[in-house]
Design a protein around this ligand. Sequence first.
Ligand code: SF4
Length: 86
Amino acid sequence: MSRFMHRIFPFRRDEKIRYFVEMCMSIKKVWVEDTCTACGLCEEICPEVFKVNGISSVKKGVNFKQYEDAIKEAAESCPVEAIKFE
Ligand code: SF4
């Protein structure tokens, strides 16, 4: 790594790698497609993020990083694969 990069990002190499991996892997956006059948499973798994009221929706102002495992579990558990994230 160049001296310039070390000046603007003065961490050890393994810390830099971990930082970039976390930046790339963290969930930044979650949404529910209109194939949702309102079964309520996602709200049961992660009520901090999902609210089912007629159809499931994602609550506003949630820090997705805090609930990544639960979001992924909800997406994997959704019977119609309506939960998407990136
Ligand atoms: S688990 Fe899927 S189908 Fe069930 S309420 Fe949530 S988004 Fe809708």
